[in-house]
Design a binder for this molecule. Structure first.
Ligand SMILES: C[S@@+](CC[C@H](N)C(=O)[O-])C[C@H]1O[C@@H](n2cnc3c(N)ncnc32)[C@H](O)[C@@H]1O
Length: 418
């Protein structure tokens, strides 16, 4: 797969965008719901560290998921099999997944490196969880250099320089990782290369999430992280025009269940940059800016941020006061809660379009299911001329009719079976 594969779809092309590096731009008018990219990962790694803090000899929570396809194991428990070498440390949903893994993601080389990593558990357990996950990423990344130098080069071509990585962490991880391999995995194996790889991971990784459950307050944990070579070119916008879907737990007949699919939220003209939001769109201005700087190293000056940067206390007393109270009481509330949402909606009614041009986006494209905060995009168009009027949430999967409003102002909900 080359880095220009996204452009080859004919729908998107890679362009240099001032102040944002490379980005993806519509090479023709795009319709709401249209699939503009389907991308497979070049590398996936578990979001659960290998080491179980309570006992290094017992299986960790990573066993909830197949170590190859990351499907939830509960639905396929009769056919669950373990890696013959590392036994219960890596389990697979089926013999097919085990066989595929033994020649791809869980080769003897990976199996040995991970078991040596478990032997270093006393060193790693003192470190933050993030470092443990980075160690898993590095094993997968250096393994990629052995099985596909071309894909490893693609990984290296993504955004991220060694400077974006904490130098102490890079040195610690490089020395740890060096001890796992019988010989250097490739020419040029160095702490600088390790630091560069860690930067690629930080700036480009997508999380494959647990299914949504309203019971856990909408806090979904990540089950696996992946590097998607084409989707990595999407820049961020706090009011995105596209959003990504994944269907990890889809039935086993569907291969490529770890692919991500990017669909248009609404129509856009040719030449417009296509952007995703890197996190749920309900986060407030301060939280978004902090997160984008800390996690991605940039200050966002998208249209929404330009407007919200100018929101003064006079404009938005209630909202600001509530945010301040929450910040004092529980540090910073990163996610707008139901009250915030209602206040935004109420305050939008009192503002002109210029003050709150994006109120429409929240009303139409943000999922209103409790604690979900997902983004809605229409299902793919039935034909070139007609967009679907069924909207799908990219977090909870809810389907609802677009613009079908009853006498109480409530939109019709569809069940998944509709
Ligand atoms: C996943 S990459 C996106 C593709 C990247 N622009 C490239 O050239 O490969 C994420 C990085 O893109 C840049 N970026 C993304 N969205 C941006 C935005 N709205 N403004 C400025 N830079 C942005 C930041 O450097 C960020 O760390």
């Amino acid at each position: 797969m080359s880095t220009s594969a996204a452009a080859e779809t004919g729908l998107l092309r890679i362009e240099e965008i001032e102040g944002r590096g490379r980005g993806l731009v519509a090479s023709q008018p795009l319709k709401a719901g249209q699939i503009v990219l389907r991308d497979s990962p070049i590398l996936l790694y578990s979001a659960f560290p290998m080491i179980n803090p309570s006992s290094s000899s017992r299986p960790s929570t990573s066993n909830t998921y197949c170590a190859k396809c990351f499907r939830n194991l509960s639905s396929s428990s009769p056919s669950v099999v373990s890696c013959p070498s590392c036994s219960h440390f890596h389990v697979f949903c089926s013999q097919n997944c085990l066989s595929a893994a033994l020649t791809s993601s869980h080769t003897p080389w990976v199996c040995q490196a991970l078991s040596r990593l478990r032997d270093c558990s006393s060193l790693l357990l003192e470190q933050p969880m993030e470092l443990q996950l980075q160690a898993l990423f590095l094993v997968a990344a250096y393994h990629l250099s052995l099985v596909s130098l071309a894909q490893f080069q693609i990984l290296l071509s993504l955004e991220g320089t060694p400077g974006a990585t904490d130098s102490a962490a890079a040195h610690f991880l490089h020395s740890l990782i060096s001890s796992l391999f019988p010989s250097p995995p490739l020419e040029g194996f160095s702490v600088e290369l390790t630091a560069a790889l860690l930067a690629k991971d930080k700036l480009n990784t997508f999380g494959l999430m647990e299914p949504f459950s309203s019971n856990d307050g909408g806090q979904r944990s990540v089950r696996a992280y992946g590097i998607y070579p084409n989707a990595s070119f999407f820049n961020h916008d706090c009011l995105p025009n596209a959003c990504r879907f994944d269907y990890v737990d889809t039935s086993p007949e569907h291969h490529n269940n770890t692919d991500i699919i990017v669909r248009m939220i609404h129509d856009v003209p040719q030449g417009r940059e296509i952007c995703l939001s890197y996190f749920p769109v309900n986060e407030n201005y301060a939280s978004r800016q902090r997160r984008l700087m800390e996690d991605y190293g940039f200050t966002c000056n998208c249209d929404r941020c330009k407007v919200e940067a100018n929101w003064s206390d006079d404009d938005n007393d209630d909202l600001a006061e509530e945010e301040e109270e929450e910040e004092e009481e529980e540090e910073i509330d990163e996610v707008m809660d139901e009250d915030h949402h209602d206040q935004i909606m109420e305050s939008s009614l009192g503002k002109g379009d210029a003050d709150f041009p994006h109120a429409y986006f929240f009303v139409r494209y943000m999922c209103d299911r409790e604690n979900c905060w997902g983004t809605l995009a229409p299902l793919p168009p039935k034909d070139e001329a007609t967009s679907s009027d069924v909207m799908e949430c990219n977090v909870c999967g809810n389907l609802k009719n677009d613009q079908v409003t009853d006498a109480n102002g409530e939109e019709d909900q569809l069940s998944m079976d509709d």
